[in-house]
Design a protein around this ligand. Structure first.
Ligand code: PDD
Length: 286
């Protein structure tokens, strides 16, 4: 089925949508993005994603293509036009397409480029993988130093994903100065003696929208949360491990570098957090 996508104010069949070869997203990875999940035709945590988009734009002094209210209306229209029930909406904003390639930012008059498309994922919340868990390897974190900005510079995370595949694993956790930063496209956690441990916020990691919600729900449920760095060795000796993201929600990790975590099966804390997260976020979906 041909999707309807959104490009710079127009809803078009995906085969007719075009972006200039001079677009700075294409030439310089000068763009930011958001991925919002849709369950039962409703957007999960849209306000969180809109807020982070504004922050990413602000950090890069990139103009916003529209107001956040307009952005919500476009997201909803995309759900409606594509008949999206369960899946994802990808949004990308770039610094636009000046007349030629130039390292310097273009004039303020250059219109930003905005693109949205949907990805249908029937049964997204009932993924069988959540019952079996995923296996990860560790790789050095070789990304740039502003990982808190959600830019489209995703080459290293793609390389890390391929290293994981080559090793027969599902994903990679990146390690810097002896500590785990995050997964290729998710935040990383361990559970030890009932405490949920995840790296503190800084420019070293993306400030996950799912992370913020999961930690809030965990604290509300009187679970102990420690926001601090942890090593791969500590993770291998943990009772449980898991990752969070808008596309995977809460996903158990059952093996790190070939070492089974805890029982080698998804643990009760990850399962409970997944349940609470899905339940609570459906209530506030728009
Ligand atoms: N990735 N860390 C990184 C490096 C990410 O790319 C992502 C999201 C996360 C989790 O953030 P959130 O909970 O807001 O989705 C953490 C998206 C899903 C992607 O690139 O497809």
């Amino acid at each position: 089925m041909t999707r309807t996508v959104y490009v710079n104010g127009e809803y078009l069949p995906e085969t007719e949508a075009k972006v200039s070869i001079f677009d700075r997203g294409f030439l310089f990875a000068d763009g930011v993005y958001e991925v919002t999940s849709v369950l039962d035709g409703k957007l999960i945590d849209f306000a969180g994603h809109a807020k982070r988009l504004e922050r990413s734009l602000g950090e890069l002094e990139m103009p916003a293509p529209c107001t956040m209210e307009e952005l919500l209306a476009i997201h909803r229209e995309m759900v409606a036009r594509n008949g999206l029930v369960d899946g994802l909406i990808y949004l990308q904003v770039t610094r636009g397409a000046p007349a030629d390639r130039d390292f310097a930012y273009p004039d303020a008059g250059t219109e930003p480029t905005i693109v949205l498309f949907t990805q249908s994922k029937p049964g997204l919340a009932d993924s069988p993988v959540a019952k079996s868990g995923i296996r990860v390897i560790t790789v050095p974190d070789q990304r740039w130093g502003r990982r808190d900005i959600k830019t489209v510079q995703l080459l290293y995370p793609s390389m890390a994903k391929m290293m994981a595949k080559a090793a027969g694993a599902d994903d990679a956790w990146m390690v810097e100065d002896g500590s785990v930063t995050e997964g290729t496209s998710n935040n990383a956690y361990i559970v030890k003696d009932g405490a949920i441990v995840t790296r503190h916020l800084s420019t070293d990691i993306l400030h996950g929208i799912t992370r913020a919600a999961v930690l809030r729900f965990a604290r509300e449920a009187q679970m102990r949360v420690e926001e601090r760095a942890f090593t791969a060795e500590e993770a291998q000796a943990a009772d449980e491990a898991f990752v969070t993201s808008a596309s995977a929600f809460v996903m158990p990790v059952v093996e790190i570098d070939g070492q089974a975590i805890g029982s080698g099966r998804p643990g009760p804390v990850a399962a409970r957090l997944r349940e609470i997260y899905l339940e609570e976020s459906r209530l506030t979906a728009v």
